[in-house]
Design a protein around this ligand. Structure first.
Ligand SMILES: Cc1ncc(C[n+]2csc(CCOP(=O)(O)OP(=O)(O)O)c2C)c(N)n1
Ligand SMILES: [Mg+2]
Length: 309
């Protein structure tokens, strides 16, 4: 695919993620997908802006809400659908499911259902890179809920103390399940990071992939050169329910008007000309991946414990 500008390229990558997840929404009631799904619809620009700024050798660690991160870092689409279906050609041979996507061949080293559990892994990878004199950096992407976990505080402290090449990215959608940030946190995420002497930047326009890319490029360059940690908080908006394919504005814990306002600034809604141009080739790719997965075998029974014990 040829693009006439960086805007077009990042738009395409964001739309591809959204259409993959909208396909998951369509498929979900059929029970073909064997895994709970935490959708990133509304939050795609965060993963796209960051991953487009990283070198292929940079190591990335995510959460259970990592379809977008996996695809933006270059994870294979068949490997992702295969994993959701529980098939052998899944990226973890169908054993891990949606919440534990990995693509080590392109630097996505892990994602996990346990909140904040991959942040210490990123710090460990950064320590190894520093000790081995490597030029790659580690990136930890986590939600606002992770900032309440002990492992998160330990990770920031350790990375700051040992001046490790790690970029912490808080994908702040203002929610942990149904609980708002204001009802959970007595501190400000950005100022809290700064108390560890970690330089911290905030982006409030989490739908703006160009802005996220521009800021991420600067911070990544800084981490690579110094080295030492940097912190980036990006405000974003989750369109779907916490887990599953549905909408949940009827549940009463957030306002439909906030969603409408966010949507009015989301390029994947506002730029319908590009949506029209890019949707057909993306849908062709998605449908082809699903055909391959649906015609592929289930794991054999003997495989049950392979790579587990
Ligand atoms: C250690 C731990 N505690 C609690 C949970 C239950 N839990 C699952 S998702 C979630 C909310 C996390 O919110 P956030 O980190 O903001 O991520 P988001 O879902 O908004 O992307 C919680 C508390 C868990 N999975 N792991
Ligand atoms: Mg959150």
């Amino acid at each position: 695919m040829k693009f006439s500008s960086l805007y077009e390229e990042l738009f395409y990558k964001s739309l591809r993620i959204r259409l993959v997840e909208e396909k998951i929404v369509q498929l979900y009631p059929s029970d073909k997908i064997q895994s709970p799904v935490h959708l990133s619809i509304g939050q795609e620009a965060v993963s796209v802006g960051i991953c487009h700024s990283l070198a292929p050798s940079d190591l990335l660690f995510g959460t259970y809400r990592s379809h977008a991160l996996y695809l933006a870092k270059g994870g294979d689409l068949v490997g992702m659908f295969g994993e959701l279906y529980g098939k052998t050609l899944g990226c973890a041979r169908g054993k891990a499911g949606s919440m534990h996507l990995t693509a080590p061949e392109v630097g996505l080293m892990g994602s996990s259902a346990v909140v904040a559990s991959t942040t210490p892994h990123a710090v460990g990878a950064a320590l190894a890179a520093k000790q081995l004199g490597k030029n790659h950096i580690a990136v930890s992407v986590f939600g606002d809920g992770a900032c309440e976990e002990g492992a998160y505080h330990e990770s920031l402290n350790f990375a700051a103390l040992y001046r490790l090449p790690v970029l912490f990215i808080c994908e702040n959608n203002g929610l942990a399940v149904h609980a708002s940030l204001a009802s959970r946190q007595a501190f400000d995420i950005l100022r809290h990071a700064q108390t560890f002497n970690i330089p911290a930047t905030r982006i409030t326009e989490g739908y703006d992939f160009l802005k996220i890319h521009e800021v991420a490029c600067k911070l990544i360059e800084q981490v690579r050169r110094t080295p030492g940690p940097e912190f980036l908080e990006i405000k974003t908006f989750r369109y779907k329910e916490h887990v599953g394919p549905g909408d949940d504005f009827h549940a009463g814990y957030r306002k439909l008007s906030d969603f409408e306002q966010w949507k009015s600034r989301d390029p994947l809604f506002t730029d319908q000309a590009l949506v029209g141009k890019f949707t057909p080739p993306i849908l062709e790719e998605i449908n082809q991946a699903i055909r391959i997965v649906e015609n592929s075998p289930w794991p054999a029974q003997e495989e049950l414990l392979a790579d587990v014990l």
